[in-house]
Structure formats: C-alpha cells, structure tokens
Design a protein around this ligand. Sequence first.
Ligand SMILES: Nc1ncnc2c1ncn2[C@@H]1O[C@H](COP(=O)(O)OP(=O)(O)O)[C@@H](O)[C@H]1O
Ligand SMILES: [Mg+2]
Length: 258
Amino acid sequence: MKAIEISNLTVNLNSLEVLKNINLSLDEGKFIGIVGPNGGGKTTLLRVILGLIKPSSGNVLVFGSHPEVVLRKGNTFGYLPQILKIKPNFPIRVVDVVMMGRYGKIGMLRWPKERDMEKALEYLSIMGMEELKNKPFGQLSGGQQQRASIARALAGEPRILILDEPNTGIDVIGQEDFYHLLNGLRKKINITIVMASHDIGAITSYVDEIACLNYTFHYHGNPLGALNETILTELYGKNVDVLMHTDICDKCERLRRG
Ligand SMILES: Nc1ncnc2c1ncn2[C@@H]1O[C@H](COP(=O)(O)OP(=O)(O)O)[C@@H](O)[C@H]1O
Ligand SMILES: [Mg+2]
C-alpha cells in the first residue's frame, strides 16, 4: 500500500509558485527525509500532504484518499510542526503534554480512560522518557522536549509521523541518537515517517530515501545518491563548499567504507 502518492504537484501561494512538478511515491513503513535550503518549500510540501494547503495543480493521495478527507477523519497524521507552542513557564507535566496527543482519540468531552494513560506512558517509554513523566515540561532540555513532543505526536496512534525540522534549536550532540531512535520506531510500531530537514549530512545513515527539494525535486531516491556535488550545488548553491568539506565528506567516506 502506498502511504503517499504525489503526481505533478504545483503549489502557488499568494501568486508565487513555491512548488513545481513534484512527484513522489512512498511505500507504507518507509522513513523519508525531505532536505533542502530554507525557503525551498519543505514546510509547504508537508502542509500539502497534511491537507492544510490545496494543490494548485496535480494530485496528492494519502493511503489512497485526498489529504483533506484524511485530515477530517483524524488519526492518520501525527504532526510535529517546526515551532512548538508550549510556553516554558506553563505548568504542565510531561505526561499531560503526551495526553494532549490523544484528544483526537478521547474526544474533547470525554474523560481520559486508563487505556489513554497507558498509551501515553507507552510512547514516553518508547522515546526513552518514562522517568521524566512527572517533570514540568518547561524544565526539560531541548532534546528532551523534542522526544516528549514526538511521544505526543505518536500518542494518537497515527499511521504517518510528519516532522518539520525537529532539530531546530537543538544542540548537535544527540542528533544522531535522535535519528537512530526514529529509525528504530519502525520496528516497534508500524509507522511511515516523513521528516523535513535542512541538514543533509546527519540523516543519510538513518532514512530509507531522500528527496532534495528546492522549488522542485533535484533528486529522489537512495540516500547515498544524494551526496553528490552536482545535486548539492543545485540545492545549496555556492555554500555547498562549506557542506562538502565538513560533515558530508566525512559521512560519504564512512558510508563508502561501510
Ligand atoms: N503563506 C505564504 N504566502 C506566500 N509565500 C509563502 C507562504 N508561505 C511560504 N511562502 C514562501 O514559500 C517558499 C517556501 O517556504 P517554506 O515551505 O516555508 O520553505 P522551507 O520550509 O523549506 O523553509 C518561501 O519562498 C516562502 O517565502
Ligand atoms: Mg520550513
């Protein structure tokens, strides 16, 4: 079953063409990284998949249905937007943040049941956060908040987890652990993951596929194939020198040596 099928997608926002001729076919259970520079259209593409932005032309299907239908049905998407909207001083425990992710399942007028709490704790534990369940969310480190937020996104038991630059504002140390953890999720729960990132270097060892997006796809396929100077120059322009001579070269070498 295809989780996502996009054909000839074009998107105009306020008469600016933001995405052009996007084609993507993603199998259920895959982990795809959408990489590209700021302003390249990653968030827009995610919002189209989520049914929040209408295509100007082309066709988008999520598990065979139109995204706005999927969105209305609920429970298909777990979404972690680029900016978290919880104020640091807001007095809410970690476990309550995760429970917020079950409101779609619980229904706004129902009291949470024992099973809801069990599920919240299960996802906290999958994210390695169970011991911090009673801590105020605002007292967690950036990386811990990120993990708790993923537990919240998973708590609604979605079929597709959509992450928009989950590492923005988080220190580099621990990032690879985080990607590793995401990758391992698929062995624990049956889920498809779509992650946008401007960081092409770190994710290549963990994703199944990479799509390089700057207005249109400059590459889509095996992650190793994306680590190519021509593609990277198309994506990032002359800044590619900086990328090529640091992170990515190391990564290429390590991957080539296996
Ligand atoms: N609501 C909007 N109206 C007009 N232009 C927009 C809107 N949202 C985003 N854009 C433009 O679309 C382009 C892609 O933005 P975005 O999808 O946020 O890229 P990314 O997430 O890769 O940084 C940018 O040029 C941005 O300025
Ligand atoms: Mg974005």
